[in-house]
Ligand binder design. Structure first.
Ligand code: GAP
Length: 431
């Protein structure tokens, strides 16, 4: 990581932790390496991103996307048929002098390659067992992708929703991978959240839908406030392709250490449905009434990381500027995505000002995420709201008692304007 970017990374991590976005997991016991808990603001931000994702994938009248929420623990047969038991592994090497383990393609530059063992394959799935007796039949795995929950429910959704291709099934939730080298804060963790769509179409339309999803997902990242200069597309070379994919294009983000994956859009063809059909003996075909034939639909998969997107958003929104010779730290979140959209700051803790603040919260909270902040001086409260990325603050002062107006302060321009309390809802609805 270059020095300046290392600094950016450290600052983002510091604000995220000190302001309640992300905490080290088990911190009172010294933490668990590469495991994180999301705090109040992190949960709000994560939920906003997830809601935006659901909203966006459903905004096209031409197609239907059906939601599912599938179990983390599925039958082990699922992972046998999907190829994950045999194929979902990374080459791993050991550093003989220290016993440290690395992914073969992620060995730090300062390590002498002569000190490494030959690469061995290491399956990334977490294994556990169900029931009181442990034997080979009780072995189960934590899902390494949300996608398989969709494939094994293909027929259920097709039948119950009377779906017609092209259509998609979307799943969001936790996935688990025993990554050999997790790291870079929440970029690569062993427990993370994915947001995945399996889009079922006819084989002859696969290129059209592949391009459609690449474009749509790229636009979505811009719509949540990630600048397009920090985004690019990169197609996988043949030797990088996952065992199920015939083509994959990654949407990459410019992280503080360089370009890296944010989302992968893959053509999974008929790999998964036909594997599950064969292994389960169940008919997973689709009846194409236009051509009067049964087909296994082709699958285009946009697979994004929710927690990774949150990290990308923290990095791209972080900013500093100079105000009155002091450095101001802020997240420049878009109004729609910010954890808190409007901070309400009574100038003092006097009952009359608190009452007006409560009234304003009542007016705004149905439509916006608001917070009343009464602790510390008004300057410190502005600073905190800037740091957590709140786009607007409303200050309630003693004039408000007389004329029913308040001051709205814009986070980015720091402009202040006086607005009647009765106009507040209209003001924020127009943004
Ligand atoms: N179903 C296909 C699939 O899982 P992937 O490229 O391995 O594809 C999709 O994962 C997305 O999930 C990635 O682009 C990334 O955003 C996120 N992701 C994968 N592994 C992750 C990890 N260890 N930590 C955080 N996010 C991860």
């Amino acid at each position: 990581m270059e020095e300046t970017n290392k600094e950016l990374f450290e600052k983002v991590v510091k604000v995220a932790q000190s302001r309640g976005f992300v905490f080290n997991a088990s911190s009172i016991y010294g933490g668990l390496r590469s495991s994180y808990d999301y705090g109040p603001l992190g949960v709000l931000l994560k939920n906003n991103i997830a809601n935006y994702w659901w909203k966006d994938i459903n905004n096209d009248n031409e197609i239907s996307i059906f939601p599912v929420d599938t179990a983390i623990i599925q039958s082990s047969e699922v992972w046998k048929a999907s190829g994950h038991l045999a194929e979902f592994s990374d080459p791993m090497v050991d550093h003989k002098p220290t016993g440290e383990r690395y992914r073969a393609d992620q060995v730090p530059d300062d390590i002498d390659k002569a000190d490494l063992t030959e690469p061995r394959q290491f399956n990334l799935m977490f294994e556990t067992s169900i029931g009181p007796v442990q034997n080979e039949n009780s072995t189960v795995y934590l899902r390494p992708e949300t996608a398989q929950g969709i494939f094994v429910n293909f027929e259920n959704v097709l039948r119950t929703m009377r779906a017609k291709i092209p259509f998609g099934i979307a799943n969001i939730g936790k996935s688990f991978r025993n990554e050999i080298t997790p790291g870079q804060f929440i970029f690569r963790t062993r427990e993370f959240e994915q947001m995945e769509i399996e889009f079922f179409c006819k084989e002859e339309d696969e290129n059209r839908w592949f391009d459609y999803w690449v474009k749509k997902r790229m636009e979505w990242y811009k719509s949540i406030g990630i600048p397009d200069t920090s985004l690019r597309l990169r197609e996988h070379s043949d030797n990088e392709l996952a065992h199920y994919a015939s083509k994959t294009v990654d949407i990459e983000f410019l992280y503080p250490w360089g370009w890296g994956e944010l989302e992968g859009i893959a053509n999974r063809g008929i790999f998964d449905l036909s594997s599950h059909q064969k292994a389960s003996g169940k008919d997973l075909s689709y009846f194409d009434s236009e051509n009067n034939e049964k087909i296994i639909p082709t699958v285009i998969e946009p697979a994004g990381g929710l927690t990774r997107t949150l990290f990308a958003l923290l990095c791209s929104s972080y900013d500093e500027d100079e105000v009155n010779d002091t450095t101001r730290t802020l997240f420049r979140f878009d109004f729609n995505i910010a954890p808190i959209q409007i901070g309400i700051l009574p100038l003092s803790k006097k009952d009359e000002l608190i009452e007006i603040s409560n009234n304003i919260k009542n007016i705004l909270q149905e439509s916006f995420r608001t917070e009343i902040d009464v602790t510390q001086s008004i300057g410190k409260r502005y600073r905190r709201q800037d740091e957590i990325g709140t786009p607007y603050c409303i200050t309630v002062d003693f004039d408000s008692l007389e004329d029913n107006t308040v001051t709205i302060r814009n986070r980015d321009s720091m402009d202040q304007q006086r607005v009647a309390i009765t106009d507040l809802l209209g003001f924020f609805s127009d943004i």
